[in-house]
Design a protein around this ligand. Structure first.
Ligand code: SAM
Length: 248
């Protein structure tokens, strides 16, 4: 892990802080409270994939559910900033526990990286925030869902996240093999297949991996064991958007 994070060094030096210093208890929040749990950080592969997707898709705005220590915010907001966009809080990060359980580490990480002008932190449960964003007509080119892992919350997050994507926009879900997340992935694959096409993430993970790595990845994919999955929104309506034709 200590070496692997170097793949992300270009994102911002604060990434090193998180990967190298977390295990040593040297990542601290506003009150000085140390953090040590690596589960609060997306993996290097996931962060490299998010950054690669953001660089390729060139979205005007991005959104994440689950800010935690700010690693995925660095990857996504860093891409917006490095494209030379003017700072307009185009990356929305939702987390109801940022100033409490996370002692503002995510906010501090974003500030230290000079990205605060690109990020809007909303400290409320995603189930309350996302419908408001839909009602306000907001659109995001890339949405990363990595918040609560309870089935009902993942479902609600993805339901609204898809509504926030324009055609061509991408939904990325972390912890796809988690049983609660996997149920939602199955729903999206089966029931929303007109509107959501699975996106191959291998090209974003390929760095340093040979033919064996590719084979392992394809096997994991077939078994539903890849850490993240992604879907691209098509131009087709969601099935309930045709409800004007009658009850479904
Ligand atoms: C695994 S961490 C996110 C890691 C982060 N995306 C990263 O890459 O560093 C999960 C986060 O989801 C947040 N969370 C939990 N329940 C939530 C909810 N109902 N709405 C939004 N975020 C939630 C937690 O506070 C935590 O910060």
């Amino acid at each position: 892990m200590e070496q692997e994070w170097r793949r992300l060094a270009f994102c911002r030096p604060q990434i090193e802080d998180l990967f190298v210093n977390l295990a040593a208890g040297r990542v601290a929040g506003r009150s000085g409270r140390p953090f040590t749990d690596p589960a609060t950080l997306s993996s290097v592969n996931t962060l490299a994939t998010l950054r690669g997707l953001a660089d390729d898709l060139r979205p005007e705005a991005t959104l994440e559910v689950g800010l935690a220590l700010g690693a995925s915010a660095l990857a996504l907001a860093g891409s917006l900033a490095d494209r030379g966009l003017p700072a307009a809080r185009q990356h929305v990060a939702i987390d109801p526990f940022q100033s409490t359980a996370f002692d503002d580490v995510g906010r501090l990480t974003i500030q230290r990286a000079g990205l605060d002008g690109f990020v809007e932190v909303i400290e409320e449960p995603s189930a309350l925030v996302l419908p408001r964003l839909v009602a306000a007509g907001r659109r995001f080119g890339l949405v990363y869902v990595d918040g609560s892992h309870l089935y009902e919350n993942v479902f609600v997050d993805c339901y609204y996240a898809v509504g926030l994507l324009g055609p061509g926009g991408v939904l990325v879900m972390d912890d796809a093999p988690h049983p609660h997340v996997a149920r939602v992935v199955r729903f999206l694959r089966r029931s929303w297949r007109q509107s959501l096409v699975p996106l191959d993430l291998w090209p974003y993970r390929a760095a340093g991996a040979g033919a064996r790595g590719r084979l392992r990845y394809r096997l994991a994919e077939a078994l539903g064991k890849t850490q993240i999955v992604a879907f691209r929104r098509t131009a087709a309506a969601l099935r309930d958007e045709g409800a004007a034709r009658g009850p479904v």
